[in-house]
Design a protein around this ligand. Sequence first.
Ligand code: ATP
Length: 206
Amino acid sequence: MSQQRPFVVGVTGGIGSGKTTVCREFQKLGAPMVDTDQVAREVVAPGTPGLAAVVDAFGPEVLMADGQLDRRRVRQLVFATPDLRLRLEAILHPLIRQATDAQVAAAGYPYCLVCIPLLVERGGGNRVDRVLVIDCPPEVQTARVMVRDELTAPEVAAIMRSQASREDRLAAAHDVLENSGDIATLRPQIAALHARYLQLADEVTR
Ligand code: ATP
């Protein structure tokens, strides 16, 4: 008997908008979540074909003494040589996609959240059944990221400029959670969306 693929809700939002925080609230209600940032680390863990392919392309200088990928070194290399970025993405993107699909399929729940920070930037909307945007005014994002990552306001602003605009992200959304206040104030909306996603999942499998 073939197993039904869960209904996939792509969760996106700018840096520090609260994607992880909101997903955690859905998880408390029982929903599974696949974090593509985490998957991106797993596919280049020591001993994986992904890490072997990256070392083949970039040389052993991208390995740290303990055999882990030196992400900082890789970032420096791709920053200096744009062609290398394409090469790295050609290696990693199919692996990340495959591993994400496998984790979604194994979730064993009617719907699955997939946290994709750059969903809008990468045009990933066609890989998900629905898009949930975590929205936040830029000044709140900036304040939270400055505390969390110990960055300056200009450093956060530079990251935000490299990401999709708030307008473009909102235009891609089926659902929006505005996360500028206390997370407790969002819980009723999260519970309502959880019920809605279960209902939508039920409708598509009927
Ligand atoms: P990134 O994409 O940068 O990893 P993210 O969108 O997953 O970020 P979080 O890590 O969930 O964002 O939140 C960013 C920071 O803001 C964290 O330190 C988190 O604890 C805090 N935060 C998120 N939502 C709220 C909230 N509603 N109230 C107070 N702090 C919050």
